[in-house]
Design a protein around this ligand. Structure first.
Ligand SMILES: CC(=O)SCCNC(=O)CCNC(=O)[C@H](O)C(C)(C)COP(=O)(O)OP(=O)(O)OC[C@H]1O[C@@H](n2cnc3c(N)ncnc32)[C@H](O)[C@@H]1OP(=O)(O)O
Ligand SMILES: CC(=O)C(=O)O
Length: 544
């Protein structure tokens, strides 16, 4: 990390506390531990683990971390100031935060007079005492304190003087960080910048606490707001992985860290740790069981995906033409997307990822492109079905291996059984030729596609035992021209997998079974192709 201390920022992750306040996100203790350890590896210096005392899970989490501490991060326990008109020592929530056994604690208090009189139903003086007593008490118990000034920007806007008094109470009590929170997320970057500047001017010369920033995304400006705060002197940046958080979320650390480090030259984490960012983001979305956002800046699967032919042509020559940072810097990778927006450059770049070398002079490249565009106009979509595109290229190059030939298939559905929820309501028969040998097989399934898939596997498994490892893992159907009623075209995407890989194939037809058949058959064929080494299946294209 750049040792220049004026450039150093302290990242404070609150995924495990504010992140879990997101509707639909719930984690177990094991999940929390897994996330904390991953953030520790990422080099995040402060990890807010939760609010011990608020629920048994968070209590347990901190106890478990006492047994097996993190490597480098400070784990922080979060709590409110004491309740009105009791002493801090009497407040059970403050006792719970102490038993969490952390060196650092974060206390949030009210900055906005409206919240004091309407929310807490107490006096402005008592709120100041709540802030000061709580921090003094925690300091007396050996804790280092971060003070989160809740609703700072609204409080400052409506009653500047009182808001500043709350900060002075926290400073007098010994808080080491004052974190200005845009709790309702309604403030815009220019306002955040000018308020942080004023606060730094007022409290910054007292030689004690430093300023932090905590922003919410209700105006879709949480990241920009945090950056505006940093540019005016905030040195702690609070946020969450993938932007999880209450309502519309918190400032997304997966965007903030690379922006601060790569664009603005601040030091947040080590360069090698930054290169773990995309992987960490995906792992956390996996742990919290929320689909990753493919279009998330920096870490999303599409963040460096190039689709337009003009873009691909230029990126192939110099990635700087359409990329703001190098994908590897944040652990992501460049992808070329195949669709009817493609040019020859897409085809050539994509072919290379399949181990096929083409160039613009090769007439096959143009034929593939034209065929691709024709099929896409008929309803195929290869963007999500790269396995089918690979097969299409091999076909055009005369290099598609014939593993088997299907002579016929029939499916019979017993709809009465289906309606009565019986299993195995469909029966499929297939006739297949492999190496000149005809095989007739039948199989049942709980739907026509499952029955067809099963019958094909039964017919082929003696010739290709690896088929036993293949699994049909996802099946998606889309009606392409709804207005055509029952004669509408259907597009089927089938995802298959073995123990190591996943691949997707596509079929299109006015008959849903025919579309499914095409996608299922290509799925099996592609699985076999993957199983064999590329060299064994393909002659080098140069020898064509
Ligand atoms: C901006 C933020 O994100 S702050 C974090 C918000 N996160 C959460 O609330 C999640 C965890 N919360 C909880 O589990 C519960 O709300 C608890 C355990 C904290 C409190 O539960 P309860 O005692 O049942 O109170 P309840 O949730 O109904 O109301 C909140 C109370 O906290 C008080 N309170 C709110 N902010 C503060 C503060 N900064 N200092 C002291 N008290 C506060 C409210 O006035 C209210 O008091 P009341 O019980 O006298 O009406
Ligand atoms: C403390 C906090 O989470 C907030 O003010 O948004």
């Amino acid at each position: 990390m750049n040792a220049n201390s004026s450039n150093r920022l302290w990242i404070y992750d609150t995924t495990l506390r504010d992140g879990t306040q997101r509707e639909g996100l719930s984690v177990s203790i094991e999940d929390k531990l897994r996330i904390a350890r991953r953030l520790d590896q990422l080099g995040i210096p402060f990890i807010e683990g939760g609010w011990p005392g608020a629920n048994p899970k968070d209590v347990q989490f901190f106890w478990q971390l006492q047994e097996e501490p993190l490597q480098q991060a400070e784990i922080v326990a979060f709590c409110s100031t004491r309740r009105p008109h009791i002493s801090a020592a009497e407040d059970p929530l403050l006792q719970a935060i102490l038993s969490a056994g952390t060196r650092w604690v974060t206390i949030f208090g009210k900055s906005w007079d409206l919240h004091v009189t309407e929310g807490l139903k107490t006096s402005l003086e008592e709120n100041l005492a709540m802030i000061q007593d709580t921090i003094e008490y925690l300091r007396s118990q050996g804790r280092r304190v971060i003070y989160d000034a809740e609703h700072w920007f609204d409080g400052f806007k409506y009653n500047r003087e009182y808001a500043l008094e709350t900060l002075h109470a926290a400073i007098a009590a010994g808080a080491e960080w004052l974190v200005l929170c845009d709790t309702n997320g309604g403030t815009l970057p220019h306002e955040v910048g000018s308020v942080v500047k004023e606060v730094v001017a007022v409290v910054g010369d007292q030689n004690s606490p430093q300023i932090g920033i905590h922003t919410h995304n209700d105006s879709d400006t949480a990241v920009a707001n945090a950056i505006a705060g940093v540019l005016e002197g905030a040195r702690m940046v609070q946020g969450t992985m993938n932007g999880y958080g209450e309502r519309c979320g918190n400032a997304n650390l997966c965007s903030l860290i690379p922006n601060l480090q790569l664009k603005l030259g601040y030091s947040c984490i080590e360069t090698e740790q930054l290169a773990q960012l995309a992987q960490t983001s995906r792992l956390i979305s996996e742990v919290v069981n929320l689909a990753p956002d493919d279009h998330a800046p920096f870490v999303g699967r599409s963040a460096f995906a190039h689709k337009g032919g003009i873009h691909v042509s230029a990126v192939e020559r110099n990635p700087l033409t359409y990329e703001h940072v190098q994908p590897e810097q944040v652990g992501n990778s460049r992808r070329i997307v195949i669709s009817d927006q493609a040019g020859l450059s897409n085809v050539i770049a994509k072919a290379r990822t399949f181990g096929i070398e083409l160039d613009k002079q090769n007439p096959a490249a143009r034929q593939i492109l034209q065929h691709l565009k024709k099929l896409e106009s008929e309803g195929y979509q290869f963007e999500a079905a790269e396995a089918s595109f690979d097969l299409l290229m091999r076909e055009a190059l005369g290099k598609r291996q014939q593993f088997f030939t299907i002579k016929g298939f029939q499916v019979h559905c017993d709809l009465v059984s289906r309606i009565e929820q019986q299993n195995n309501s469909a029966l499929a028969t297939v006739k297949v030729t492999v190496n000149g040998q005809d095989i007739l097989e039948a199989a049942e399934g709980n739907g026509p596609v499952a029955a067809l898939d099963e019958a094909l596997r039964k017919a082929l498994v003696n010739f290709y035992p690896q088929i036993a490892e293949f699994e049909l893992s996802d099946y998606k159907v889309r009606i392409l021209d709804e207005h055509s009623g029952t004669s509408a075209k259907t597009r089927v995407l089938v995802e298959s997998r073995n123990n190591h890989q996943r691949w997707t194939t596509v079929g299109v037809s006015t008959n849903i079974l025919a579309a499914s058949y095409q996608a299922v058959v290509e799925g099996l064929e592609y699985g076999l192709l993957l199983h064999l080494s590329t060299e064994a299946v393909l002659q080098p294209i140069a020898s064509l």
